[in-house]
Design a protein around this ligand. Structure first.
Ligand code: COA
Length: 273
């Protein structure tokens, strides 16, 4: 698929993706959703072939992402209920596909991440935001609800913050976004690329299979009683200990040398696609 609204660039073991619809602040319509879903499936395959170990998602222009395209959503008034459901499911699948990528996904947020844009931040593993960025689950101010993004946003911010922010649609600062768990790192605008680069380097120093296993473990264990989690967590660590990657990591530490996967850490400092 050739992309009209996405820019992509492979940079060593890092896949760089930039939403590229800056005239509407990277809002997504059905075409962007189809492209992002296709891109996520390509990225999944590249990860399975061990070609990529991290993804950086950025937005072109002043704003990371203004969420769903309001002009597109207002057209859906003419859709049947089935057509509306089909559209919403496509958007759900897009978020799920990014959420489940077996590599670390880093979000680079400038300007704003609103509505589905905040949802996009929620499906990133590590979110770096400039200190002036604004966040908001703004849907209720448009008379709709943050529905499709809710499982991903709730997993990050919990019910207490959601009960205020989903209901009011209020815009909030990067500092507040960090306080509630939507953002991990807040930096001055001039530091954004350096901060993203630092997180990319950290990811590339961790074992790629260990990252995939750790990422899969979190939703599996979350919310389970400890007794139910125990066999799952024991199996997870046992599998890693005997794996070639686990053995290499443990041996490298004992031998006071870098593990072999550290050879893949060369990437540019340019964080966008
Ligand atoms: N859908 C469609 N178009 C959008 C959009 C969206 N979600 N967000 C912004 N745009 C369009 C604007 O209509 C405007 O179009 P125009 O140039 O034809 O007038 C253009 O993008 C620029 O927007 P503007 O508001 O002038 O830019 P800004 O940089 O001053 O502010 C935002 C950026 C993101 C803070 C602001 O556009 C905004 O609040 N957008 C709404 C976000 C939202 O609530 N999204 C939730 C959707 S569920």
């Amino acid at each position: 698929m050739t992309y009209r609204f996405l820019e992509t660039r492979r940079d060593g073991a890092v896949e760089r993706l930039t939403l590229n619809r800056p005239d509407v602040r990277n809002a997504f319509n059905e075409h962007v959703i189809a492209e992002l879903t296709d891109w996520a499936s390509q990225a999944r395959e590249a990860a399975a072939r061990h070609e990529i170990r991290a993804v950086v998602i950025a937005g072109a222009g002043k704003v990371f992402c203004a969420g769903a395209d309001v002009a597109w959503m207002s057209k859906t008034v003419h859709y049947t209920e089935d057509e509306n459901l089909r559209d919403a499911m496509a958007m759900s699948r897009m978020f799920a596909a990014i959420n489940e990528l077996p590599v670390a996904v880093i979000g680079r947020i400038q300007g704003a991440a609103l509505g589905g844009g905040a949802g996009l931040a929620a499906v990133c593993d590590i979110v770096v935001a400039e200190d002036e960025a604004l966040f908001g689950f703004t849907e209720t101010t448009l008379g709709i609800v943050p529905a499709v993004i809710s499982p991903f946003a709730l997993a990050k911010i919990g019910q207490a913050a959601a009960r205020e922010l989903f209901l009011t649609g209020a815009r909030f600062s990067a500092a507040r976004a960090k306080e509630i768990g939507l953002v991990h790192d807040v930096v001055a605008a001039a530091e954004l690329d350096a901060a993203v680069h630092r997180h990319v380097q950290e990811v590339l120093h961790a074992g790629p299979e260990a990252i995939a296993a750790a990422k899969a473990l979190i939703p599996t264990v979350w919310g389970r009683p400890i007794a139910d989690a125990m066999p799952i967590t024991a199996a997870a660590i046992a599998a890693r200990r005997v794996s070639p990657e686990g053995q290499e990591g443990l041996r490298a530490f004992m031998e006071k040398r870098a593990p072999t996967w550290n050879k893949d850490t060369k990437v540019t400092k340019d964080t966008k696609a």
